[in-house]
Design a protein around this ligand. Structure first.
Ligand SMILES: Nc1nc2c(ncn2[C@@H]2O[C@H](COP(=O)(O)OP(=O)(O)OP(=O)(O)O)[C@@H](O)[C@H]2O)c(=O)[nH]1
Ligand SMILES: [Mg+2]
Length: 407
């Protein structure tokens, strides 16, 4: 089975641009024949992280991705995105679409928190004069809401199940992990949250309510880290607010974006009006005669107010940051023929897997096929020809062949 799929959730209050960001992220700028549908469910779709393709490093002319696509030496690797609707103040108490929100959120491995950095929507999502609403306050409020929700879910599971059986559980940490696995939580998350909560030396059997609360807040941070997308950066009132957001949440946790600009650029690229690769700092107009004067004007504004000012629309940088830095995934390319870098149909570098840093050669074998994992003999580093044992820790951009006893 392929690597466990990570899901990135998009959250935020009403009207900040969640759906625009989701639409931009899931709009591929090229036709992808083998993946006609980018939307899996109405609110779940495939986005793409951009990465220099290893075929360039190997001196190959091209590759044949089975999923995603490769343009101008950049590989666009699929990743699941979810538009999580219905987060309003009070959602954790079951207000609004609270339950649907919780259901979606429990699956997410990381969260993009879209904030209206231009300050043109109030806390309830009503439009107000740009610059009059405070995005810092908005961001703090929403994240508090997420923490409250998370705590309420953990507390419920704890009271209804964990507290009764943990007394007899042989391994309390395993037992806690098991009961929280529905929240996309693993043992590493639990251990790390316990450490951060300062509860390492206290047996979970005797945790107080306050201990459970501190633990659950740390667990949320570890298992569903939040990155802020400071959206509507194209509006002039955003600049000052972006600075303030960075001061409060940390430089690396706030990324200025214009979801609308990215959406317009991708759409125009897809229609062949412009040449633009998601993540680029500029675009080229292909045929001016195809564009209306309004469209020309919009493109000019995007160039001046977004690309020249921020170096990109920020959308591609945002998703790359979440995948490679926050989730700490690396890219590995499994192949069957380590001389030609192909599968047995002759497709060059057909797969680019996003796997957690720390994944071993044998784990990769299991991801490709259970049989390959079971009968694993050794792996081959296709770049060097070197033989690798089962415990070899995969490195970013490794091209790997697995050799197994029977397959
Ligand atoms: N100027 C500007 N407007 C944007 C941007 N992104 C979204 N908008 C506008 O903001 C409004 C709300 O966008 P949506 O994407 O529907 O927001 P949402 O968060 O999904 O809203 P709900 O689903 O109602 O919670 C729309 O009018 C968008 O065109 C942006 O980057 N810049
Ligand atoms: Mg929406």
């Amino acid at each position: 089975m392929p690597p466990p799929e990570k899901i990135i959730g998009v959250i935020g209050k009403t009207n900040v641009g969640k759906s625009t960001l989701f639409a931009a992220l899931t709009l591929a700028t090229v036709e992808i024949a083998n993946h006609p549908f980018t939307t899996i469910e109405p609110n779940v779709g495939i986005g793409y992280v951009r990465k220099k393709c290893v075929h360039v490093e190997l001196g190959l002319e091209k590759c044949n991705p089975r999923t995603g696509y490769c343009v101008k030496g950049y590989r666009f690797i699929p990743i699941k995105i979810m538009d999580v609707a219905g987060l309003i103040p009070g959602a954790s108490q079951g207000k609004g679409l609270g339950n649907k929100f919780m259901d979606d959120l429990r699956q997410a491995d990381a969260l993009i928190h879209v904030v209206d950095a231009s300050g043109s929507t109030d806390l309830d999502g009503n439009p107000v004069k740009p610059g009059t609403s405070d995005p810092v306050e908005e961001a703090i409020n929403i994240q508090k809401e997420v923490d409250e929700w998370f705590y309420s879910v953990i507390k419920r599971i704890w009271e209804s199940k964990i507290s009764r059986h943990i007394i007899t559980a042989r391994n309390p940490i395993e037992y806690i992990t098991q009961n929280l696995s529905g929240l996309s939580i693993n043992k590493n998350h639990v251990v790390e949250a316990i450490r951060r909560a300062g509860l390492t030396d206290k047996n979970p059997r005797s945790w107080s309510n306050e201990d459970i609360r501190v633990f659950s807040i740390e667990l949320r941070r570890v298992s569903k880290p939040i990155i802020i997308a400071a959206n509507k950066a194209d509006l002039h009132t955003a600049e000052e607010n972006i600075k303030r957001l960075k001061e409060v949440f940390g430089e690396e946790n706030v990324i200025p974006v214009s979801a609308l600009a990215e959406y317009i650029l991708r759409k125009a690229a897809k229609n062949n009006y412009i040449e633009y690769l998601p993540g680029d700092n500029d675009f080229v107009i292909k045929d001016e005669s195809k564009l209306t004067s309004d469209q020309m004007k919009a493109l000019k504004i995007i160039r001046e107010k977004v690309l020249e000012k921020y170096g990109s629309t920020g959308v591609q940088q945002l998703i790359s940051h979440v995948v490679f830095r926050v989730l700490n995934l690396i890219t590995v390319y499994p192949v069957e023929d380590h001389h030609k870098y192909t599968d047995h149909y002759g497709n060059i570098l057909p797969d680019a897997y996003l796997v957690p840093r720390g994944t071993k050669a044998r784990d990769l074998a299991y991801m490709i096929h259970t049989d390959l994992g079971k009968t694993f003999l050794y792996a081959v580093n296709a770049k060097t020809g070197e033989r690798l044992g089962e415990n070899y820790e995969l490195k970013d951009n490794d091209v790997i062949k697995i050799v197994a006893a029977a397959h």
